[in-house]
Design a protein around this ligand. Structure first.
Ligand SMILES: C[S@@+](CC[C@H](N)C(=O)[O-])C[C@H]1O[C@@H](n2cnc3c(N)ncnc32)[C@H](O)[C@@H]1O
Length: 247
């Protein structure tokens, strides 16, 4: 089936979700069926509605692309992508610190590691590395504020500039103050740095929840641009989404 736009993709995702998970009303958050009490999960189709999973992504996967999902929970989103859109299950890999028992039935290639620690060697590269509501939760134990209010006269305009694709006026100062005041964002950057070598050319990291605070986004954008000026931050990059694309 062909989809002309995101709206049509969303309708199809909801239709497929009802077909694939009959009797389950995955239209909001829900508690894991395996009994774990540490997280709650998000409806698979919500990732289409939030524009985290987009038409171009589904089309690239349908043409043979592959994806690694870090922190997939019960794997229902990954199964909706695979079963619902004709993407072979061996195009999808998953990795969790503590895999949910229910994901095993989907037989995805799976890894088990803590994303906040140095990653093991993965013997493959991916078109997409997805963090579906997992980057933010993996670091939520790190204390401290989610942004700094110091030096707002310099930092706020620089945040604005960076988000709009321009260079900050005080890049070193910007980085130093945020590193000092917002330690959680340095850890998020470290996690992203671990993921980048596992992207194929023109591969994308897609994050939902974890990098939605503009100051944190701007910090990560500046650090990544300093490493490789050809990295871009295309759509979907609004709301809770953040996307990083390598050349
Ligand atoms: C809020 S749940 C989201 C699950 C699913 N993606 C969803 O949208 O419903 C967070 C997921 O991240 C995983 N996770 C948490 N901390 C992690 C870490 N340090 N390394 C790898 N995975 C982690 C959890 O085990 C869980 O699967």
């Amino acid at each position: 089936m062909k989809f002309e736009n995101q709206e049509e993709l969303i309708v199809e995702a909801e239709r497929k979700s009802a077909e694939i998970f009959p009797g389950d009303n995955y239209d909001s958050v829900y508690f894991p069926k395996c009994g774990r009490k540490d997280w709650f999960y998000f409806s698979p189709s919500s990732y289409f509605k939030s524009n985290t999973i987009t038409l171009d992504m589904i089309q690239r996967l349908q043409k043979g692309g592959n994806m690694l999902s870090i922190g997939p929970g019960d794997g229902n989103l990954e199964w909706l992508i695979s079963k619902g859109f004709g993407i072979p299950r061996n195009s999808i890999s998953v990795s969790d610190i503590k895999p949910d028992l229910n994901i095993k039935r989907y037989n995805f290639k799976s890894y088990e590691f803590d994303m906040t620690k140095p990653w093991p060697i993965l013997n493959e590269k991916f078109d997409y590395i997805l963090f579906p509501e997992s980057l933010g939760v993996a670091v939520m134990h790190i204390p401290g504020d989610r942004r700094t209010w110091r030096f707002s006269d310099q930092l706020d305009p620089d945040t604005e500039r960076i988000i709009n694709g321009q260079d900050p006026k005080y890049p070193d100062f910007f980085i130093q103050v945020i590193e000092m005041d917002v330690p959680i964002v340095s850890k998020k950057y470290e996690i992203i740095k671990e993921a980048i070598p596992y992207l194929k050319p023109e591969g994308e990291i897609r994050i939902r929840y974890g990098l939605h605070e503009n100051q944190q986004k701007a910090y990560v954008m500046t650090k990544l641009k300093q490493e490789n000026s050809a990295i871009t931050f295309p759509q979907p990059n609004e709301g809770e989404n953040f996307t990083i694309k390598v050349p």
